[in-house]
Ligand binder design. Structure first.
Ligand SMILES: [Zn+2]
Length: 576
């Protein structure tokens, strides 16, 4: 079976079937139907978006013997002649391959004679900006006194190289890049007709690789079909196109959002092991950052600025919310700069590793600064709220004397889960009482919830953004329950330092230590035991930080036990 390439097989035979240029084909069709035919058209736009195809359709439509509302019939003798290139009345010249020597003379020859059989002689000149000055002059003469029987259609990817005198005599049509979604739809139709099994995600990857050119998309599709036959997986597309799986971007951004440097480095390692070209990878990743920023800034960017598939769009939307806007812009800017540096360096991998480390620690630097301000604010609060002094004071005392003691003694007072601590009591009474207390308390927390989120935002806006997406599902004295939208939110919020930060705000806002319990519909919540770090390890970490970080050291000296709730790596902390 002989194989006809997709672009040829699926070349549009009517204006209606031209993809992504509705504004142009509708105008042309109406003009032809009304017999308002210009002597010269200029079609500009990127490669592979349908300029030549539309030019051929115009040639057919103006010559068709039985046109249907501006559309060529595709059956009459004229349509068939033009379709099969058997008429001398429709001439295609490729200025790029024609050479400059004779093009002026050739052009004059072609225009001199009236059409033999057709109503119009149509001269289509591809890449017209490549013509010689002599040829442009010859054309200009013709355009100044156009013969009634001739139509020029000039196509170019670089209209700025076409003389203004020519442009001003043409009806100009700017062809646009074809949106990814429209290319995907077109590919899906082709795949169905060719009995090729391919999922939507894979089609989107092809469409994205084509960068707005349907012709490129079609030839990529051809390439992938010869690689994997009639059943195509996303991984095949990624392999053939030498692309990086979007999942890698997602994983990296998530690692940055959760400040998990070792995970980021492992993802990069996997990328290197898969033989990815790091410079190409970075170019694509910068585009991903651009998507995150745009999604964050523009309310409905899908039609104009971004052309993402449903699944990817959702993911981008979700990931964009992991950062406050100014931080996101900063990260994206750093990515773009690194892309630039990557072109020059001899050590692309190392540069990327440094970049990832920088991104993963970017937040932390900021939060230490804000931490100081927040601590001062908290000091004032302790002074002005006498009823809280008792609660906080008790903990301060315990903590400041108990740094070297076993942490259990501090954990105990917060252990307020009724089912555990009151197991010996008559169950009915406890349950009823507990229910009353719980409902009342949940309302109290709900009333304060916006304020709590704002207070978190003063310390860390990324955590604030995460909290905005979770639902407060339950609260009792000493415990609140939050339902996460996704594992992203879960991973972000269950990090020990994030949890500590939230709990410190809760303590200040609710006037008592309050533990956070996270649930997530999308995944099993890890148990407390899994997320908890051994007390000895915490202590080691604490010792190191208090030694190395002057800010923290000073803070500890000033506030003692109150820091238990804020500094992530304090030895007395646990999740309980
Ligand atoms: Zn016809």
């Amino acid at each position: 079976m002989s194989y006809i390439v997709m672009a040829r097989k699926w070349r549009p035979r009517s204006f209606e079937s031209v993809v992504g240029q509705d504004h142009i084909v509708r105008t042309l069709k109406n003009a032809i139907h009304a017999n308002r035919i210009s002597h010269a058209y200029l079609f500009t736009g990127p490669r592979g978006v349908g300029k030549t195809t539309t030019a051929r359709l115009v040639a057919k439509a103006v010559n068709c013997l039985s046109p249907e509302v501006g559309e060529p019939c595709n059956h009459c003798v004229r349509c068939e002649e033009i379709q099969g290139s058997t008429t001398t009345d429709v001439i295609e010249i490729d200025a790029a391959s024609n050479g400059l020597v004779d093009d002026a003379r050739e052009l004059r020859e072609k225009v001199r004679y009236a059409p033999v059989a057709c109503r119009y002689k149509v001269i289509i000149i591809d890449e017209v900006h490549m013509m010689s000055n002599a040829a442009f002059n010859a054309m200009l003469k013709t355009l100044e006194e156009p013969p009634a029987h001739t139509v020029f259609i000039l196509a170019t990817t670089e209209s700025h190289k076409v003389p203004a005198t020519i442009i001003s005599r043409c009806q100009r049509y700017d062809f646009r890049r074809i949106p990814e979604t429209e290319i995907t739809e077109r590919l899906a139709v082709m795949a169905a007709a060719e009995s090729i099994e391919i999922n939507e995600e894979a089609l989107h990857v092809i469409a994205r690789g084509a960068e707005g050119s349907l012709r490129d998309a079609q030839s990529l599709f051809d390439q992938i079909i010869s690689f994997s036959g009639n059943s195509i997986k996303t991984s095949d597309v990624v392999t053939v196109l030498g692309l990086v799986d979007t999942q890698i971007f997602i994983d990296l951004v998530e690692a940055i959002a959760t400040q998990d440097a070792s995970r980021a480095l492992r993802v990069l390692d996997q990328l290197v092991n898969n033989g990815a070209d790091l410079r190409l990878f970075m170019k694509d990743w910068v585009e991903y950052w651009r998507q995150l920023v745009i999604v964050r800034v523009v309310s409905n960017p899908q039609d104009e600025l971004l052309h993402l598939s449903g699944q990817v769009a959702e993911m981008v939307d979700r990931q964009a919310k992991l950062f406050p806007l100014d931080e996101l812009i900063n990260l994206a800017k750093m990515a773009a700069l690194t892309d630039d540096e990557l072109r020059r360096t001899q050590h692309p991998r190392f540069l990327l590793e440094l970049f990832l480390l920088q991104l993963c620690s970017a937040n932390r630097v900021v939060s230490l600064e804000t931490l100081w301000r927040e601590l001062q604010a908290m000091e004032e609060r302790i002074v002005t709220l006498p009823e809280n002094v008792a609660v906080s004071g008790a903990q301060v005392n315990t903590t400041s004397t108990a740094v070297s003691e076993a942490p259990e003694s501090i954990v105990k007072p917060v252990e307020t889960e009724p089912t555990v601590s009151q197991a010996g009591e008559p169950a009915l009474v406890v349950d009823t009482l507990e229910e009353v207390v719980t409902t009342g308390y949940l309302d109290t927390v709900r009333e304060n919830w916006t304020h709590i989120i704002d207070a978190v935002g003063q310390k860390n806006r990324r955590v604030q953004a995460l909290l905005r997406d979770v639902t407060l599902t339950g609260a009792e004295e000493g415990l609140i329950e939050l339902a996460c939208l996704s594992t992203y939110h879960l991973t972000g919020l269950e990090k020990d330092d994030v949890r500590k930060l939230i709990e410190s705000v809760l303590a200040a806002e609710l006037g008592r230590r309050t533990r956070v319990q996270l649930t997530c519909e999308a995944a099993e919540t890890p148990t407390d035991a899994e997320t908890q770090i051994a007390p000895e390890d915490r202590k080691k970490e604490f010792d190191e930080i208090s030694r190395k970080e002057p800010l923290v050291k000073k803070t500890l000296e000033m506030f003692g036990g109150q820091i238990v709730d804020i500094i992530p790596k304090h030895p007395s902390g646990g999740n309980k």
